[in-house]
Design a protein around this ligand. Structure first.
Ligand SMILES: Nc1ncnc2c1ncn2[C@@H]1O[C@H](COP(=O)(O)OP(=O)(O)OP(=O)(O)O)[C@@H](O)[C@H]1O
Length: 221
């Protein structure tokens, strides 16, 4: 098991009102599976992903990431856990525009102070894994949306995280590019990672090992 929620909930405070974004939830995420998280707008999908991604603490209950309870950590320790254990892929891709693909992929390793030669070798290997080695010196603007997203996946996996969290990774892509991205993510799950994908895209259901529905803050496994 790579991640779990134990009666974990999230309540946001907005002025005098409390918004229950996620009801107390039990959930287990295992190595080797690609999970889709689906549900209407405002149902709590991003909140669930943020809990798994160590971006927020649960209001109640516990979140365990690869053996560590997030509530036991301070903000700095949580950020470190995030860097070590989790790779993120977003709809908006978020590559840094003046940096080449290779430089973008090297960043997380530079942040964790990996040696220079190793950083470069691992970044090149990650780009090779998503079939982008031949364009590693291109700037993001010189790549198609699908190619940019593959670089972003390389950046997410370069730290060798156990858990890869994706928020609408195919929303900005055409059908062919979306298919390539999902195949890359499926491949990562086959390499014993856990991959969780939030999506509205029905086409992605074909790739899922498991589909989790979120409705009005309730997670329906
Ligand atoms: N920082 C916040 N402060 C207050 N309320 C919030 C905050 N973040 C989310 N919410 C509320 O929590 C609920 C769940 O939001 P969440 O973003 O998890 O939904 P979602 O399923 O990801 O929606 P979408 O598909 O539109 O992205 C919503 O009612 C939202 O308004």
């Amino acid at each position: 098991m790579i991640a779990s929620l134990e009666q974990a909930s999230k309540v946001y405070q907005s002025g005098d009102t409390e918004i229950v974004a996620l009801q107390p939830t039990d959930l287990e995420i295992r190595a080797g599976e690609l999970i889709l998280i689906i549900g209407p707008s405002g149902s709590g999908k991003t909140t669930l992903l943020s809990l798994l991604g160590c971006v927020i603490y649960p209001t109640q209950g516990r979140v365990n990431i690869n053996g560590t309870y997030t509530s036991a950590l301070n903000e700095n320790e949580l950020a470190k856990l995030r860097l070590q254990e989790i790779g993120f892929v977003f709809q908006s891709i978020n590559l840094i525009s003046p940096l080449t693909g290779l430089e973008n992929v090297m960043l997380p390793l530079q942040l964790s102070k990996t040696a220079k030669t190793e950083t470069r070798e691992r970044a090149e290997a990650a780009l090779t894994a998503v079939n982008m080695a031949d364009r590693q010196h291109f700037l993001p603007k010189e790549l198609s949306g699908g190619q940019q997203q593959r670089v972003a996946i390389a950046r997410a996996l370069v730290t060798n995280p156990e858990l890869i969290l994706c928020d609408e990774p195919t929303a900005a892509l055409d059908a062919t590019s979306a298919e390539v991205i999902m195949q890359e993510l499926k491949q990562l799950a086959r390499q014993n990672k856990a991959v969780a994908v939030v999506t509205h895209d029905k086409r992605l259901e074909a790739y899922a090992d498991r589909i989790i529905k979120v409705e009005n803050g309730f997670v329906i496994p």
